[in-house]
Design a protein around this ligand. Structure first.
Ligand SMILES: [Zn+2]
Length: 203
């Protein structure tokens, strides 16, 4: 898992694209958006391993307030498009081409370039991203989405078994028996609720 353990975001999705969707949560029964502003988005990209600390510092002051706000509107719009798109994937419903067009439109910006680095006597190819416009920050997200569409078994895309939780995850467990976004958050809570009902003889 790429995400930092100390992060204030949740990296329980089993796939970076789902971790991105999981920046919208339900906290104590109320919907909560963990990406409230541009700073949050940069923090998420850092915690997800997309940006290093140098890039994140540089991007912090790179654009004006208006550009940041425009970007955040696109980020949230893209996230909500992706969320409904991903939810439909296991149901084999025909996917809307609108989202696919949007993913491809973002990918077309080709912000990546290859660099050859020398380490001792070996050479290594490493991809770097150029963030020259605010919209370029959406490219890594579109890459995560394209990876999800092309490399994931849609039957194992699941929503947390807690009816009050909206988190999604990719079940890579051996028997495909994973039910919760996280044992700590929902697993134990649901088990405790079940135990409570049983002990009161309601079950
Ligand atoms: Zn959950």
């Amino acid at each position: 898992m790429k995400g930092k353990k100390s992060s204030r975001f949740l990296f329980v999705g089993g796939h970076p694209c789902l971790d991105f969707l999981n920046t919208q949560i339900v906290d104590e029964g109320k919907p909560k958006d963990l990406l409230t502003n541009y700073g949050d988005f940069l923090d998420w990209l850092s915690d997800a391993g997309v940006l290093n600390s140098h890039q994140s510092d540089e991007l912090q002051k790179k654009w004006g307030k208006k550009e940041e706000e425009t970007l955040m509107r696109s980020v949230k719009h893209f996230r909500s498009q992706l969320r409904s798109f991903v939810k439909r994937l296991p149901k084999k419903e025909s996917a809307s081409s609108e989202v696919l067009d949007e993913i491809n439109r973002i990918l077309e910006q080709r912000t990546r370039y290859l660099k050859v680095l020398q380490q001792a006597r070996k050479f290594q190819q490493i991809w770097f991203h150029k963030y020259e416009r605010p919209a370029h920050l959406l490219v890594p997200i579109a890459e995560m989405a394209s990876d999800l569409l092309c490399n994931v078994d849609f039957h194992q895309l699941k929503q947390c078994g807690n009816p009050n939780c909206i988190l999604q995850f990719y079940d890579t467990s051996k028997n495909h028996s994973r039910r919760w976004c996280s044992m700590n958050v929902c697993g134990n809570r649901m088990k405790a609720a079940l135990h409570y009902r049983r002990s009161r003889g309601n079950n």
